[in-house]
Design a binder for this molecule. Structure first.
Ligand code: KIV
Length: 279
């Protein structure tokens, strides 16, 4: 079993120090009970703005608000004691200016207890990343496929297929690293491109749909558990089919309620004098 020992929370310098070492194990978490289950097994939990699609049923991450991220971020921090927890800055909360990003990130840090924030963007976000990191807020970058830019990209499509795309992702990752980010997520990027970026950067790369050439991996937890329906992107490996387990359990419950087999006497508060069934 792949559990980790130690009671102290993994720090951001420890995550950064894993460059080129044992791959970082990262997952998303949105709630305290799921975070509690994941905490002993992972190095880092991301409260991703993917919660807009996974938890709230939106078609994109664009409607996610800072208030949502703070509520879920605080829940995940409460449910964990050892994984580093970072929280996504949602669309519209940081792109306008470094000062606006500072206010959003500082609110997230103060109100959730998270160890850092993540934001999407490459060279254009470099001044913002520098503004935050120089003032004490650890930042994880996010390049390649950037879900908050889904409208301008024309959909959720992998990048790095042409020389121009490959150069753009590499330049973005280099700008993010030079700005002081402690790590960078590379999403939906061709394998050789992600591998080359990983060997050229001084900070860990965390891949999602970006190959085993990265310094770590992240997946949306509900995807790997089979809780997000039948469609899954190519980069998802289903490690369990909890969707089927939920369907079977709820079907059994509905059958027993309709047949008055649940609740049984063992689930009822009975007067002391009443005979107890099957004891
Ligand atoms: O929002 C999210 O969950 C993410 C990960 C998929 C990297 O950004």
């Amino acid at each position: 079993m792949s559990t980790l020992t130690g009671s102290k929370r993994i720090s951001i310098p420890e995550i950064a120090g894993r460059k080129g070492g044992t791959p970082l194990v990262c997952l998303t978490a949105y709630t305290a009970p799921m975070a509690r289950l994941l905490d002993p097994h992972v190095d880092l939990l991301l409260v991703g703005d993917s919660l807009g699609m996974v938890v709230y049923g939106f078609a994109t991450t664009l409607p996610v608000t800072l208030a949502m991220m703070i509520a879920h971020g605080a829940a995940v921090v409460r449910g964990t004691s050892r994984a580093a927890v970072i929280v996504d800055l949602p669309f519209g909360s940081y792109q306008e200016s470094p000062e606006r990003a500072w206010r959003a990130a500082a609110k997230v840090m103060a109100e959730t207890g998270a160890s850092g924030v993540k934001l999407e963007g490459g060279a254009e976000m470099a001044p913002t990343i520098q503004f935050l990191t120089r003032r004490g807020i650890p930042v994880c970058g996010h390049v390649g496929l950037m879900p908050q830019a889904v409208q301008s990209a024309g959909g959720f499509r992998a990048t790095g297929r042409t020389a121009a795309e490959a150069e753009r992702v590499a330049a973005d990752a280099a700008a993010v690293a030079a700005s002081g980010a402690f790590a960078v997520v590379i999403e939906g990027t061709l394998e050789p491109v992600a591998r080359a970026i990983t060997s050229s950067l001084p900070i860990p790369t965390i891949g999602i749909g970006a190959s085993a050439g990265c310094d770590g991996q992240i997946l949306v937890t509900e995807d790997l558990l089979g809780l997000t329906g039948s469609f899954a992107p190519r980069f998802v490996k289903r490690y369990a089919d909890l969707g089927s387990a939920v369907t079977a359990a709820v079907d059994a419950y509905a059958t027993e309620v309709r047949a008055r087999r649940f609740p049984g006497p063992e689930h009822c508060y009975l007067p002391k004098s009443a005979p107890r069934a099957a004891e």
